[in-house]
Ligand binder design. Structure first.
Ligand SMILES: Cc1ncc(COP(=O)(O)O)c(C=O)c1O
Length: 420
């Protein structure tokens, strides 16, 4: 196998994305300014420890970068303390569990079908910490936590931690109400804002720190269009516990090249984040409305379908999420099958729904009128109105008009395989 052969696979992947509609709710595209950082020498170095107190020499410029990242992220999420070292959202959650709980403690989290992430579960980070996970009572009508039932259950079970936020996340969570319940039983609140960080930073979603959460964890590459890594933010009095949970708790190398990329993405957010986040939510709402108009069963109808970047569609009538997502992929429409609140975890292979995220197409400059087109293309495939081949052709021509990264300092080609 040659280097060129590997590059050829990457080239094909890039070409495929160039010709596709990327609608996976947990992804985004970075600008070339962010990507330039990835290939810098920073990607060869270590900087264990805190800014100015490293375990290795040679870190003075890394200190400068990390300080920029900390200050920018503090400003964007309005938190008194931010640690930017977690290398992914799961790692940030592990740090949160380390900082806020002891093995054997009970925690409340959303079940996966109700929107919880696997890392909140016994099979993953929460289980590794030895936590007992209890699920919030969930109201599928409003796609949200049932606060009254949660209060009753919390008085009985006395959890040490309430995890909010999740992966299927249409509407803001009751952070204020849950924080009040937590305060009564001396528990803490950790908000996993991985999906919505870009909307929080852009001022288009609830700010969990302002509403009463103790800790905010978040990936920086979903609605926040930065590199694949994460942050953990907290109240000042928890700073020491959180920092120790990150290092030496769950991180050694913290991937300094993508840390520099995070600085650039945060700068882009300061300048363009408001417009991008506003358009993202507008696009999600419009796509949901149009899909409903086309005859699909979109969740959250009574509440305007969504207040985030996501749209959830119940496709049981059309054969279930697995079949539908695969068929859409053949038309170059990339999204994922998704469990919905009434599903059992055993339905993971063929859940009731699909989940759609509009953040990446928004970053490419799409607006409401393109959402109308996308809704039709999706419905054409799901409802067997037109052949997959015909829809794919339309997807490719739509995508040709939206091939540039926007909301950055200088528009440029989005899908390019850059070589040094
Ligand atoms: C709510 C939530 N938390 C954490 C994660 C994990 O993030 P990462 O992939 O950065 O580890 C995800 C991933 O999709 C998520 O949806």
């Amino acid at each position: 196998m040659s280097v060129e052969e590997v590059y050829e696979v990457i080239r094909k992947h890039t070409e495929f994305y160039k010709n596709s509609l990327p609608l996976i709710a947990s992804e985004n595209i970075t600008s070339k300014f962010v990507r330039n950082c990835y290939i810098s020498d920073l990607g060869h170095r270590y900087a264990e420890g805190k800014i100015g107190e490293r375990f290795y020499e040679g870190c003075s410029f890394v200190d400068e970068i990390e300080l920029m990242a900390v200050n920018l992220m503090k400003e964007l999420v309005k938190a008194p303390h931010v640690n930017v070292q977690p290398i992914s959202g799961v790692v940030a959650n592990m740090a949160g569990f380390f900082a806020l709980t002891n093995p054997g403690d009970k925690i409340f989290a959303l079940s996966i079908p109700s929107g919880g992430h696997i890392s909140h579960e016994k099979y993953s980070a929460a289980g590794l910490r030895g936590l007992q996970v209890l699920h919030y009572p969930f109201d599928a009508e409003i796609m949200n936590i049932d606060v009254d039932e949660t209060k009753k259950l919390a008085e009985k079970e006395k959890p040490k931690l309430f995890v909010l936020g999740g992966s299927l996340f249409l509407f803001p969570h009751p952070v204020k109400e849950i924080s009040e319940i937590a305060a009564e039983i001396n528990a803490k609140v950790m908000y996993d804002g991985s999906h919505v960080l870009g909307l929080i930073a852009g001022g288009e979603f609830q700010n969990p720190m302002e509403e009463g959460a103790d800790v905010l964890t978040a990936s920086t590459h979903k609605t926040f269009f930065g590199p694949q890594r994460a942050i953990i933010a907290c109240r000042e009095e928890l700073a020491d516990r959180v920092d120790k949970a990150v290092f030496p708790g769950v991180v050694s190398n913290h991937h300094l090249n993508t840390l520099a990329g995070l600085v650039i993405a945060a700068m882009e957010f300061k300048e363009f984040g408001r417009d991008y986040a506003e358009q993202t939510v507008k696009n999600a709402k419009r796509l949901a409305e149009e899909l409903a108009e086309e005859g699909l069963k979109v969740l959250g109808e009574d509440l305007g379908f969504t207040e985030s970047h996501q749209v959830a569609v119940d496709v049981r009538k059309q054969g279930g999420g697995a079949k539908v997502a695969k068929k859409l992929e053949k038309a170059n429409i990339i999204l994922n099958k998704n469990l919905l609140p009434w599903d059992s975890i055993k339905d993971t292979e063929n859940p009731s729904g699909i989940r759609i995220g509009v953040q990446e197409v928004t970053r490419l400059g799409m607006k409401e009128s393109e959402m109308d087109v996308i809704a039709k293309l999706i419905a054409d495939v799901i409802l067997d109105r037109r052949s997959v081949d015909k829809v794919r052709k339309d997807v490719i021509s739509l995508k040709k008009e939206f091939s540039k990264v926007k909301y950055t300092f200088e528009e440029h080609e989005a899908y390019e395989f850059l070589r040094i």
